[in-house]
Ligand binder design. Structure first.
Ligand code: CP
Length: 301
């Protein structure tokens, strides 16, 4: 039975801690350069939406594991433009490879590939639904700074939350741990969907105020996704949130500022030098997490 990674919902506290332990072992392999754990195995990356971090970190992960890669990175050069249905593509690519990572515009596509390919499938982001591997590397990053579930932690998600698949997956995963307070900071039109909001425990804010800045342990900022919201909403809110040095200086010294990246205007480059800025470390954590997910998917660990 292939071990897919399709949604954050498939992880519980125990499996998260196990994955993070495996990711720490992968960091040792990265420090050494590479291994031959996945020698002879092929990862297919099917990326039908733009990506820098997710695709390249998946491919880096497979190369660090000693495996090989085949890649389809532009839907315009795919036979889907000739009318091929995704389930047929999945059957074909599953015959060429041992594991598939897919990114697509349409929620549910990763599950279709899982249903038809016959090999393990990892969801690299399906439209505005989920981005579970980003959520996993996000929680792994938080776990490096704070003891999850041991002490009270306030996590504030800021920006465009309605279509923010990274926030959807990250918040789902964090709910496996006790003592976390969630704040969702966005204008009403861009607020978190009900399925990710617990009205009995969580708080919504409609602007980024000092209370959020001063009390959060983790601020997880997101881009206003022009490609997923209406032009009217984008124009109205494209500069709604901006983290500059005076803003970030209001955060606690040990608090961390995260962002799945790419950023556009929402975090000034001068912030990068502040101790709270952890978004580049966060992106690097994608490699060991994806190495662990590939190795698990292939049944190698
Ligand atoms: N965070 C993230 O998914 O980045 P890319 O779109 O560059 O893969």
């Amino acid at each position: 039975m292939p071990q897919h990674c399709i949604t954050a919902s498939q992880f519980d506290r125990k499996s998260l801690l196990e994955l993070f332990s495996q990711a720490r072992a992968m960091e040792k392999i990265i420090a050494q350069g590479a291994s031959d754990l996945a020698k002879g195995k092929i990862l297919a990356t099917l990326f039908y939406e733009p990506s820098t971090r997710t695709r390249l970190s998946f491919e880096t992960a497979m190369l660090r594991l000693g495996g090989s890669i085949i890649s389809e990175t532009d839907v315009n050069f795919s036979s889907q433009t000739k009318g091929e249905v995704l389930s047929d593509t999945a059957r074909i690519v599953g015959g060429y490879s041992d594991i598939i990572a897919i990114r697509s515009k349409t929620p549910g596509d990763a599950q279709i590939v899982a249903d038809y390919s016959g090999v393990p499938v990892i969801n690299g982001g399906d439209g505005s639904a989920e981005h579970p591997t980003q959520g996993l590397l996000d929680v792994y990053t938080i776990s490096k700074h704070f003891e999850l579930g041991q002490k009270p932690l306030t996590v504030s998600f800021v920006g465009e939350l309605v279509c923010a698949r990274t926030v959807h997956s990250c918040s789902k995963l964090l709910r496996n741990f006790d003592h976390i307070k969630f704040n969702f900071v966005a204008p009403e039109a861009l607020q978190i969907p009900d399925e990710y909001f617990d009205p009995s425990k969580d708080q919504k804010y409609f602007d980024l105020n000092d209370e959020v800045l001063e009390t959060s342990d983790v601020i997880y900022d997101t881009r206003i996704q022009q490609e997923r919201i209406s032009p009217e909403l984008y124009e109205k809110y494209k500069t709604a949130f901006h983290f500059d040095v005076p803003t970030v200086s209001k955060m606690k010294p040990e608090a961390i500022l995260m962002h799945p990246l790419p950023r556009v205007n929402e975090i000034a480059q001068e912030v990068d030098a502040l101790p709270q800025a952890q978004y580049f470390e966060q992106a690097q954590n994608g490699v060991p997490i994806r190495m662990a997910l590939i190795a698990r998917g292939l049944g190698l660990i």
